[in-house]
Write a protein that binds this ligand. Structure first.
Ligand code: PLP
Length: 428
């Protein structure tokens, strides 16, 4: 950004009053260098920054914008709802509608509670799992992100049973110590952990398709193995589908892979761009929540009418348009184009895609866990990212993020993007 650009001026002003100038760290471009741009408006698959540069967007507000930005059905639903009141603090009819839709669509969910973010969803699911099982320990996997929940901010710890070290200052070591962190895609390590501590493990939590350390996939049979081990030991299986829910299929990754968890955390797409999360699962477990049960969980703005109206409008529009078929179609076209661009630039980089989610890894090696994802050439990615941005294509500002296509990406947007990617690959 030129120093006299509006974005640059806004960034300097922001840094005076907001830590790092941002309200969520990944927006600060630290993984690619340079300064973030400020967005003035967004519509369809495009963003306009404060200086009126037009960008084709593949971040999609980090996942929620599956229809594209400012989709008419969502904007109108929010507008209509707002006219009747922006918050009631009593139950409202939208809450029943969205709960019915989620129970209908997501295979394992019999009851669901709405919250305000993905972090709240995983935090509450973990508390519920502990309350239901009467156990304290958790198993999570390296590279899986579950929001900034204290006991889930642990990704380090190599040996199978090494007790976790917190990833963030301010997390008491005693919280992290209850979290057993294991490499993804290695069922033997999970067996070992249960052999040692099985009677103390409340739950195994994972992203069924890890999408926060690049994008990689569960090996054949891995999710089922986790289902079997947890069932055998009376621990719960929690799928964090905040990213994959309503995106990789109508019923999320659990529909795609045919494995049903006990609890599911949801977020992002479910809110149509408003702050929404949800967690749900078997009725027997969900009924342990207050006011019926002993596990406390609450929220002043949970089930907010604007947020519910936005989410309902987005999900219904997606279904009306047969969205998942369309996203696969445009995703396949994008993949074919990127592979051609890679070949044309003489690069043999690893490219992963499922439906509308993708990641171009700056490595020729296979990626199947955190270690292999971290092996990318970060400097080259930074140059590639900026080369794309200068040419009007906005990819996620980090080599460890998943990109998103949306319903508003048309064939010519994808064609232009592939052209830009081809050029950028040559100059990085
Ligand atoms: C984004 C994300 C979260 C956190 O959601 P927030 O709404 O940012 O709190 C949790 N889990 C996964 C898998 C995510 O991708």
């Amino acid at each position: 950004m030129p120093a006299d650009s509006l974005s640059s001026k806004l960034y300097r002003a922001a840094r005076e009053v907001i830590p790092g100038g941002v309200n969520s760290p990944v927006r600060a471009f630290r993984n690619v260098g340079g300064e973030p741009f400020f967005t003035r408006a967004a519509r369809g698959c495009r963003l306009w920054d404060a200086d009126d540069n037009e960008l084709i967007d593949y971040v999609g507000t980090w996942g929620p914008a599956i229809l594209g930005h400012a989709p008419l059905p969502v904007v109108e639903a929010v507008h209509e709802a707002a006219k009747r009141g922006v918050s009631f603090g009593t139950p409202n009819p939208f809450e029943v509608e969205i709960a019915k839709l989620i129970v209908d669509w997501v295979p394992s969910v019999e009851k669901v509670r709405m919250v305000n973010s993905g972090t709240e969803a995983t935090m509450s699911a973990v508390r519920l799992a502990r309350g239901f099982t009467g156990r304290d320990k958790l198993v999570k996997f390296e590279g899986c992100y579950h929001g900034h929940v204290d006991s889930l901010l642990v990704a380090a710890g190599s040996g199978a049973l090494t007790h976790g070290e917190p990833d963030s200052a301010g997390v008491p070591a005693s919280f992290a110590a209850g979290t057993i962190t294991l490499p993804f895609n290695d069922p033997g390590k999970v067996e070992e952990a249960f052999a040692v501590a099985g009677g103390e493990i409340a739950a195994v939590i994972l992203e069924p398709i890890p999408a926060n350390a690049g994008l990689f996939f569960p090996a054949e049979g891995y999710l089922q193995a986790l289902r079997d081990i947890t069932a055998e030991h009376g621990a719960l299986l929690i799928f964090d589908e905040v990213m994959t829910g309503f995106r990789v299929a109508r019923g999320g990754a659990q529909e795609l892979y045919g494995v049903e968890p006990d609890l599911t955390a949801m977020g992002k797409v479910i809110g149509g761009g408003l702050p929404v999360g949800a967690f749900g699962g078997r009725a027997e477990i969900m009924d342990q929540l207050a006011p019926d049960g002993p596990v406390y969980q609450a929220g002043t703005l949970s089930g907010n009418p604007l947020a519910m109206a936005a989410g309902l409008a987005q999900l219904r529009e997606l279904e009306r348009q047969q969205g998942w078929d369309r996203l696969e179609e445009i995703g396949a076209a994008f993949e074919a184009g990127v592979r051609e661009a890679l070949a044309g630039a003489g690069k043999d980089y690893t490219f992963h895609r499922v439906g509308s989610m993708f990641c171009l890894f700056f490595t020729e090696a296979e990626v199947s866990d955190l270690d292999s994802a971290m092996a990318v050439d970060k400097e080259a990615f930074g140059r590639f990212f900026h080369a794309c941005l200068e040419r009007g294509v906005y990819l996620a500002p980090s080599p460890y993020e998943t990109g998103f296509l949306c319903m508003a990406h048309a064939e010519d947007d994808v064609a232009r993007t592939v052209e830009v990617i081809g050029e950028a690959l040559r100059v990085c």
